[in-house]
Design a protein around this ligand. Sequence first.
Ligand SMILES: *Cc1c(COP(=O)(O)O)cnc(C)c1O
Length: 353
Amino acid sequence: MPDSRKPATVAVHAGRPERSPDQPLNVPISMASTYGAGGDLEYGRYGNPTWSAFEDALGALEGGRCLSFGSGMGAVTTVLDLVGQDGLVVAPKHSYTGTLLQLADLEMRGRIRTKLVDITETAAVAAACDDAALVWFESPTNPALEVADVAAIIAAAHEAGARVVVDNTFATPVLQRPLEQGADIVLHSATKYIAGHSDALMGAIVTADDDLYAVLKGRRDLLGTTPGTLEAYLALRGLRTLHLRVERAQANATELVRRLEGHPALSEVRYPGFGGIVSIVLAGGAHPADLLPQHLRTWLHATSLGGVESTYERRRRWNAEPDTIPAGLVRLSVGIEDVDDLWDDLVQALDAV
Ligand SMILES: *Cc1c(COP(=O)(O)O)cnc(C)c1O
């Protein structure tokens, strides 16, 4: 049943237990590997009331039915499992490294074929869709922060008979709802903004297609890519404040970008104009970027993103990061702290390196 209320209200209210006297307002953490026989669940791998509450809430925010997973990569693996033998997958050359590694591995083992594209070249992406089984993309891309023409690529993929998956981890349903633009599946690393506190690994997919939902549920049951119950609880608790956190992170990011423009230590500041992720490129390359941890006091040096705390890392410290990403590119995940404290810390570190 579509929820006609505004996203902030849905985030707060979706996925709560029935209202009745003495019922807790929040879903309990149901630790269960099995259930009394004869019901809908039967066994812990097939479902859990705490997962369902999280799934109801994220499904309502994205506009479809949600399945939760043990991690974003669990969701990625389950979706890629739908691609038939030798099927073609089109994806951006700048994508999450785990997704790129998974695609490369499946291709090397002769399971699928892949075509990596520049997601900003809409006509070339459309041409690449010909013969594709699956068109997969992120927008903005990680960590290049390129923005795709989402509606045009979805239309081209459908024209070619391909299914479309949008990894909406960076934008979140607060800023972008790809199902409304025609995507077949939205995927999340809920580890990031949705859970939002750097304390839980969790993944999710959402689809408005009931048949596709049933197929994906069947794959999750058999692959065992299911989430933990405590993680589902934490992700739902995080989701309750998603809209506030994303708005604050975006406001902080916008202000930092404004102040960083023209800083002599930087050769580039990349910001897609929305969201809380900013990529800065240090003019001196990898060396000054690697000195930042010696100077930053508030910003935390760590991979991952989307937490309440501001974090950063030089992406090319990972061997799997494509060499089209500048060696001195540092991805900033802007948190919800006071923007002046973030600025003071960042600018003294950039001046020092
Ligand atoms: C982190 C991430 C993933 C993988 O999710 P995990 O929860 O780490 O398994 C997938 N896509 C994007 C865009 C990510 O940032």
